[in-house]
Write a protein that binds this ligand. Structure first.
Ligand SMILES: [Zn+2]
Length: 272
């Protein structure tokens, strides 16, 4: 497996500074998170795009992109139109930066009055619309498990595969977000095993079982040794993207997480 680092780690910094910091630590696979300053998909400047492209050349970076946070399964037509617009604007940005992979959320149940079946139908509509654009611009979607507790939209891990089959382009990859799987009461290793044939990326972060804390690996309830053992043992060649939250001691928390990955992976990990 290949390691990557998300710019979520430096979410209060300008996107260019966040990328430069991660690249200077020696990482080449970087997730551009569209909630960072400077990367609003509707207002991003040519200068920012040029500087991101320049960093990619200088450090031989491989970007993937995470759209702004919208609900794929929004009930309100206007809100869902905005979600589709944001996803398409992210695809356009991906095209300008030669990015091959874009994350897309499975969505979340919008309110109590809408049942899970209806919520999933709303998500399917958005995924079909965005999927068509993705296909046209040659970007692969990575469908990520989202929605938990009263907003749960997936009843079981197999529902994510069903959503991908029913509504996404055939080349869509599955993205296992480890922290989300915990909050969805799914067995993280079981998800990885089930999704492995289509698993393109892992969003690696930890939590204590209640909130989406994006903690460093090993500071929550996830059994990293079993998960990484499974992935390495299977010869999985997807991207293990560290998606840690922001904090004062970001570099240390990243280093601690990388140490844990190295310990769990033995020699099977393809470095940075
Ligand atoms: Zn994620």
């Amino acid at each position: 497996m290949r390691l990557g680092v998300s710019t979520l780690l430096f979410s209060s910094r300008h996107i260019v500074d966040a990328v430069r910091e991660i690249a200077s630590l020696g990482h080449q696979r970087i997730e551009l998170f569209c909630e960072l300053p400077g990367l609003d998909v509707d207002t991003v400047t040519d200068d920012t795009i040029q500087r991101l492209a320049g960093l990619a050349d200088e450090y031989e970076l491989e970007y993937s992109i995470h759209p702004p946070l919208v609900n794929t399964a929004a009930l309100d037509e206007g809100e869902r139109a905005v979600a589709i617009h944001k996803y398409r604007a992210t695809l356009a940005l991906a095209g300008r930066l030669d990015i091959r992979d874009m994350v897309i959320h499975s969505g979340q149940k919008p309110c109590m009055q809408v049942d899970v079946g209806e919520s999933r139908e709303l998500a399917r509509r958005t995924l079909r619309a965005v999927g068509e654009t993705a296909r046209n611009v040659g970007v692969r979607l990575l469908l990520e498990n989202t929605g938990w507790h009263e907003h749960a939209i997936l009843g079981a891990p197999g529902d994510l595969l069903e959503l991908a089959e029913a509504a996404c382009p055939p080349d869509t990859g599955i993205l296992l977000d480890t922290g989300h799987a915990v909050l969805q009461h799914f067995d993280v290793v079981g998800c990885a095993r089930l999704w492995l044939p289509r698993l393109a990326q892992v969003h690696a972060h930890d939590n204590a079982g209640q909130f989406d804390e994006h903690l460093p690996l090993g500071e929550g309830v996830i059994d990293w040794s079993s998960l990484i053992g499974l992935l390495v043992g299977a010869g999985w060649d997807g991207v293990f993207m560290l998606e840690l939250g922001t904090g004062d001691d970001a570099s240390r928390r990243l280093a601690d997480s990388l140490d844990l990955v190295a310990r769990c992976a033995g020699t099977g990990c393809a470095g940075r």
